[in-house]
Ligand binder design. Sequence first.
Ligand code: ZN
Length: 280
Amino acid sequence: MTFRFVNVAGRSAVLDADDNWFDLERITGGTVSADPMLALADGAALQAASVKLSTATPDGTLATARLGAPVPRPRNCFAVGLNYSNHAAESGMALPEQPLVFTKFPSCVVGPDEEVSLSSATADWEVELVVVIGTPGRHIPSNRAWDHIVGITIGQDLSDRALQFAAKPPHFDLGKSRDGYGPLGPVMVSTDSVANPDDLALTCDINGRRVQDDRTSNLIFTVPVLVAYLSGIMTLVAGDIIFTGTPAGVGMSTGTFLRPGDVIVSTIEGIGTLTTHCVA
Ligand code: ZN
């Protein structure tokens, strides 16, 4: 059974097929927490609640809902650099032999349709599939990795390139963690919402111009490999998220960066569209 999970004004909710939203605490009589960080720890409960929506009264429609990030306060926010070969090539970097993992500090996470202050003249876009851990685990084998993932969503790994490369070796973490540099959402869908979670089309458009267009099947280190790798180092818990990497077409490759007024539209097949507005 599939579900689509959203954060409406800070509260857990699920969507029906017609994009009506239902407050989870209300429709489950308090069984599911209103806090998205607690609710997403139990995918089975989200599925059970979604089965009964045809007999429930919706709270509103998605179009008018004030959405936050579906994972508003991740404990850990991992990100993976150079995880598509065409992006490594455009960056002039050799392919990593191990996953190149850095932190987006969780304070950078914001929801869909947010205005993000660019803070510098070298802000860049990176559309990415983001996976959300639901079931905690340590030493998770790759063939069980998807069982530990409660859902998938869309992320923008916004990057201040000047800041990212201001130190040697580069500090990816700071350059990708300015306030608002982690747009996430609008929905988190269950992994069975898509035919193959290892092969999803993803695109990024800037002001209507297509700049990134690839498939997650081209990831160098796949989602199962990343989960196995990270869980071999530390315990993963519900609400940890992984930005899995971005394909070719970032602004840095052509010296084109985001400007105030730009609109970033990030789309992943089977999940939806994340819109972000750039302001000065
Ligand atoms: Zn990235």
